[in-house]
Ligand binder design. Structure first.
Ligand SMILES: Nc1ncnc2c1ncn2[C@@H]1O[C@H](COP(=O)(O)OP(=O)(O)OP(=O)(O)O)[C@@H](O)[C@H]1O
Length: 739
């Protein structure tokens, strides 16, 4: 493509049409000589009246016409009294409006900005400005200069406005100093600069390869990176070995830096079972808290009358059921134990047992809350129990203004949940930090009933809570393993049980709810999957191709990965059509009618329910449909079941197409029909729990498309997801301590 000519444009900002605080994306009108030019790009906070110089090129936007796309902005501070009056009147400095601007410029003329910056006390000479206000105005002005300086400093090192804003939010006036002293601070989670980039910046700033800040940065990077892989901690020897190899420094230097990190509170070392483990403080606190709190709950449980045989009989009669022995034991334990874990594969009667437990709690006039980690799972829990169920975040009342990625909850030890019992379903998806928040909010004398299937993939976030609780042996666990007759008729259910015990599912049946369609190559598998969704399944079963059928693939990449399949399925199921709005966001083309998924937890996204209720938070894995793409307001409206959310264009990177999703992203969701391509052999991707998790997402129909040898390889590959956590050991120790 021909490179557009790079120009430098100087002018005064007439108006700001749009500005995103988060990304810095700005659309403004700039007066350049006598012409009004629309300028777009990532910029620092700017105000009308300010003079800027923008570097970039003119482009022709399909809807907005000719505009100047700037790759870099510089602020030219106004130099004359007239320009200063205009700048200050435009609201650039908080606390200064047009009237005050007049007075300031009348008094100090073209030295006005200098006074504001260096001698703000003199502003108090103006009537109406108190000495206190003078100081405040000076601070507000210096803040603007500070943000600008940080942006320019970082821009020169290849870092964009959005990251610069995050840096400013964290370190304010000390930003430049902090980054210069230790460029690796840019790798912190809220900032998110990759280690390699920080390393380059550091080299540019003259930081030596063996500088302590570099080694500390590398050690923290390895720890944080592994947190992303689910590890709550790492053994110190493993951490140091990996980090020192990455940094190419001696082990001794790594160890010294690790000790410094623990001294300044950035990491914690703990000795357990003769091995040293290193944690980030948040993970350490989550693990220790959970162990201590659970031990406390078990020490002082509220006394409940044990369940009598008569009470059980009345319950069975009321619910018209005869419970199996383990189900009875589970119901009894839910009443007598402060915490009870109910596990089992599909069709083993978990929901039936849970209904018994809840009904019994209610008969005893206990107040019960129901929750699950995702919106879909909560909805399903609500459907199968006939009672209201919320996401855990909603139950704990996620608060406004949560910091990047870290929610705050209104419910905590000081403001506990007003329930005698809390039931959590899909517990395998709950990570260590969310579990800590849950425990904080549950009364110490409350009952906790945790339901889940530990053979599912573990939580996306760090930790392996459900497994650890079971492995600790310190918690009452009832495992249901009898598949009830009705469920045993389903080949999906029996296949799931075969897979989990390492046996090959039956692939030759043609008369059941589970089919295998051979496809010897990626290309053929992708073509068959598309044809099944677009034509064959809707025709044979009356399914809506978009709403009822879900394609689940082991991976994003590759010819049968979700990226490729999403492109094909979008073309087949929701093609371009006149009147159907669409917009391209980098690699991603979105169209009205598309099925999309939110790909990270966003606690600040507002939604409105059809009944007018409003709330906050759209979570990783939530699936919705695009109702409208509005270019004028640069927004996309997405419906998630009965809620609607508006995304601004610069939030779109949180969405992805969801005709096909990965197994990990499908956790906690169930679909009428699941189609899964399985081709080739890949030891890391093709393993038993992954297949099991995918198979158990299907309610009525499951179709595997691909190679039988891939299915066999997955069934054989019992690679358990190893996660470094010590919750089980801690819980055992805490139980022994508290007796
Ligand atoms: N004690 C029982 N006697 C007879 N049938 C039972 C009993 N318990 C459960 N069932 C039946 O077994 C089937 C599976 O039960 P349920 O839905 O409770 O299992 P589940 O473990 O929750 O399954 P899934 O995880 O697949 O939702 C249902 O049809 C249910 O009615």
């Amino acid at each position: 493509m021909e490179q557009a000519e790079q120009l430098r444009l100087e002018g005064v900002i007439e108006s700001i049409i749009f500005h995103s605080e988060e990304t810095g994306f700005t659309v403004m009108e700039v007066a350049v000589d006598d012409e009004l030019v629309t300028v777009v790009g990532e910029s620092m906070e700017l105000s009308p009246g300010e003079e800027i110089a923008a570097t970039g090129a003119f482009t022709a936007h399909p809807s907005y016409g000719r505009q100047f796309k700037a790759s870099c902005f510089e602020r030219v501070m106004p130099a004359t009294a007239t320009a200063m009056l205009r700048y200050l009147s435009g609201g650039a400095v908080r606390g200064i409006g047009p009237a005050l601007a007049q007075k300031i410029v009348a008094k100090f003329g073209d030295r006005s900005l200098e006074v504001l910056e260096n001698d703000p006390a003199r502003l108090a000479q103006i009537r109406g400005i108190s000495p206190k206000k003078a100081v405040e105005l000076g601070e507000a002005f210096r803040r603007i200069l500070g943000v600008r300086a940080v942006m320019e400093f970082l821009a020169a090192r290849g870092i964009g406005a959005a990251t610069a804003i995050a840096v400013w939010k964290k370190w304010g006036g000390l930003s430049q100093q902090t980054v210069s002293a230790d460029p690796y601070c840019l790798c912190e989670r809220e900032i998110g600069v990759p280690f390699e980039q920080a390393d380059e910046i550091a080299a540019g700033l003259g930081v030596e390869a063996d500088a302590p800040c570099r080694i500390r940065g590398g050690v923290l990077y390895v720890l944080t990176h592994n947190l992303g892989n689910g590890h709550a901690c790492l053994p110190a020897d493993k951490l140091l070995d990996t980090a020192c190899r990455l940094l190419q420094v001696p082990l001794e230097a790594g160890r010294r830096s690790l000790l410094e990190l623990t001294e300044n509170g950035a990491a914690v070392i703990d000795q357990l079972g003769g091995r040293e483990y290193v944690y980030l403080p948040e993970q350490y606190s989550a693990e220790c808290y959970a162990a201590d709190r659970l031990a406390l709950m078990m020490r002082f449980p509220a006394q409940e009358q044990p369940v009598s045989a008569e009470e059980l009989s009345i319950l069975e009669e009321e619910l018209s059921i005869s419970y199996a022995d383990r189900q009875r034991r589970a119901i009894a334990a839910a009443v007598s134990e402060p915490m009870m874990i109910l596990t089992g594969g599909p069709g083993t009667g978990k929901t039936t047992t849970l209904n018994g437990i809840i009904t019994l709690f209610e008969r005893r006039a206990m107040k019960v809350a129901l929750a699950a980690p995702t919106g879909r799972a909560a909805k399903r829990l609500s459907e199968v129990t006939g009672r209201e169920a919320k996401t855990i975040h909603r139950l704990l009342e996620v608060d406004f203004g949560s910091e990047a990625g870290v929610p705050r909850f209104k419910r905590s030890e000081k403001n506990p949940l007003p329930f005698d019992a809390v039931v959590v379903d899909e517990m395998s998806m709950v990570d260590a930090v969310l579990f800590q928040s849950l425990l904080k909010a549950v009364r110490t004398d409350g009952r906790l009933v945790l339901v889940g299937d530990p053979d599912q993939l573990p939580s996306v976030g760090a930790g392996n809570v459900l497994r650890d609780l079971i492995d600790s042996g310190a918690v009452a666990c009832i495992h249901l393993d009898e598949v009830f007759r009705q469920a045993a008729n389903s080949l999906i259910v029996t296949s799931a049980h075969r897979i989990v015990s390492g046996q090959m599912p039956e692939l030759s049946r043609r008369d059941a709810d589970f089919f295998f369609l051979p496809a010897p190559s990626f290309e053929q598998a992708a073509a068959t999957v598309t044809d099944l969704c677009a034509r064959r399944l809707p025709k044979a079963y009356g399914y809506s191709p978009i709403r009822d059928i879900q394609v689940i693939a082991p991976t994003k990449q590759g010819a049968a990965g979700t990226n490729e399949l999403n492109g094909r399925l979008q073309e087949a199921l929701n093609p371009a059509r006149p009147g159907r709005g669409e917009h391209r966001f980098g690699q991603l083309l979105l169209r009205e009618g598309d099925k999309v998924m939110q790909t990270r937890n966003n606690y600040d996204l507002e939604w409105e329910r059809d009944d007018g209720e409003e709330g906050l938070g759209i979570f990783n894995g939530d699936i919705g449909f695009i109702e409208m793409i509005d270019r004028a307001s640069r927004s996309v409206m997405v419906r998630f079941d009965d809620r609607r959310t508006v995304y601004s264009f610069d939030q779109i990177h949180e969405l992805d197409l969801a005709y096909a999703v990965t197994v990990h992203k499908s956790q906690g969701n169930e679909f009428d029909a699941v189609v899964m391509p399985l081709v080739g052999r890949h030891r890391r991707l093709h393993y038993r729990n992954l297949l099991y998790t995918a198979v158990t997402r299907a309610k009525r129909l499951l179709i595997l498309v691909g190679e039988a040898r891939t299915v066999a390889a997955m069934v054989e590959n019992d690679r358990k997801t190893l996660r470094y956590t010590n919750l089980a050991a801690r819980l055992r120790a805490a139980r022994e301590e508290t007796g």
